[in-house]
Design a protein around this ligand. Structure first.
Ligand code: AP5
Length: 215
């Protein structure tokens, strides 16, 4: 099973992708998490990606496609995966389709988590992230058990640099210009499904599992 999560920054793609991965026993592959892990380790890829991420811009396709294809070619992805944050441009989607076609394979669903822009900035300012294990929380909706500390690994939680309101606005503009056209792209393929991302996260998940289990 190969699932793509679409949606604006902060729509809840990562939250839902982690739950899908756990329920269906497939890896959660997030290009944003891969870039942040590289940044934390100080790799050349991390340093390069930071230049774009801090501005709210997309990391160039060549760099992103290479790391994604490398990740999904590993053994743990043989039975499928849920992609979170990839593809983000039409060329990225085309490369993924080409590579899957070569393997006689295809994407099963592209699930668009739909949240209006006005909800996004509020959500992002309340998000807290663990840079060690990738867990995310929200100070109002999904708080950690102990304030400011990750439930999973005990690390301090942080506000991501790119979650500051001015960068979020830029990310939203980039989303509408470069990523939203993927909604049409997957609609034409007949595999787009839309869920209302403004609902409680458990209701959103229930809508998603309804889609997957109908398959
Ligand atoms: P990335 O990490 O992918 O960021 P994003 O797509 O902007 O998505 P986010 O992680 O910000 O949000 P999300 O939709 O996963 O929401 P979440 O579940 O955390 O990418 C970061 C950067 O890396 C990009 O800007 C770009 O520079 C680069 N990059 C990555 N991939 C790339 C690619 N393919 N090509 C080029 N560049 C790339 O939820 C948000 C908050 O809301 C959380 O606090 C959460 O707890 C809360 N929440 C979730 N669901 C609900 C709910 N139902 N109700 C209330 N609160 C909720």
């Amino acid at each position: 099973m190969k699932i793509i999560m679409l949606g604006a920054p902060g729509a809840g793609k990562g939250t839902q992708a982690k739950m899908i991965a756990e329920k269906y026993h497939i890896p959660h592959v997030s290009t944003g998490d891969i870039f942040r892990a590289n940044l934390k380790e100080g790799t050349p890829l991390g340093k390069k990606a930071k230049e774009y991420m801090d501005k709210g811009a997309l990391v160039p396709d060549e760099l992103t496609v290479e790391i994604l294809l490398d990740r999904v070619s590993r053994d743990d992805c043989a039975g499928g995966y849920v992609l979170d944050g990839f593809p983000r441009t039409i060329p990225q989607a085309e490369v993924l389709d080409e590579e899957l076609t070569k393997l006689g394979d295809h994407v099963d669903f592209a699930i668009d988590v739909d949240v209006p822009d006005e909800n996004i900035v509020r959500r992002m300012s309340g998000r807290r992230a663990c840079l060690k294990c990738g867990a995310t929380y929200h100070i109002e909706h999904i708080p950690p058990k102990k304030e400011g500390i990750c439930d999973n690994c005990g690390e301090p939680l942080v506000l991501r640099d790119d979650d500051k309101p001015e960068t979020v606005q830029k990310r939203l503009t980039v989303y509408h210009e470069q990523t939203a056209p993927l909604i049409d792209y997957y609609t034409k393929q007949g595999i787009l499904r839309t869920v209302d991302g403004t609902k409680d996260m458990k209701e959103v998940f229930s809508a998603i599992t309804g889609i997957i289990d109908q398959n």
